[in-house]
Design a protein around this ligand. Sequence first.
Ligand code: 5GP
Ligand code: ZN
Length: 122
Amino acid sequence: MTSDPNCIFCKIIAGTIPSVRLYEDHEFICIRDIQPQAKAHFLVLPKQHIKSLDDAFPVEGRDQTELMGRLMRIGTLVARQQGLLPSGFRAVINTNHMAGQTVDHLHLHILGGEPLAGGFGR
Ligand code: 5GP
Ligand code: ZN
């Protein structure tokens, strides 16, 4: 399994940085975001160090279509388990710097637990 010793999320996965884990299996973990932007805000991370969607679907090389399907599934299952369904939640993947990706380890944000502001982008 690929890992980057300088990556904060790889350190969380390894347990060297603490986190509140809501879910874990062989392929993913789900943690509470440290700076929640909604009443409920958690992140689903593949344990494999994939930098972004850009790297998940490269121009050449291995494509992560099946892993991305399973990532969305875990986000939805945890959202349901956390009581965010059927009322609803928002799923977001910021990709690279112009979208505001600050941690270069692919992660799915799940936000909810209260009505969310509408709109995207600026
Ligand atoms: P991005 O901006 O890359 O889409 O999202 C990164 C997210 O990771 C942010 O919402 C930020 O609050 C969260 N985050 C950054 N460092 C940590 C950490 O050490 N622990 C946890 N649980 N979340 C973190
Ligand atoms: Zn990483």
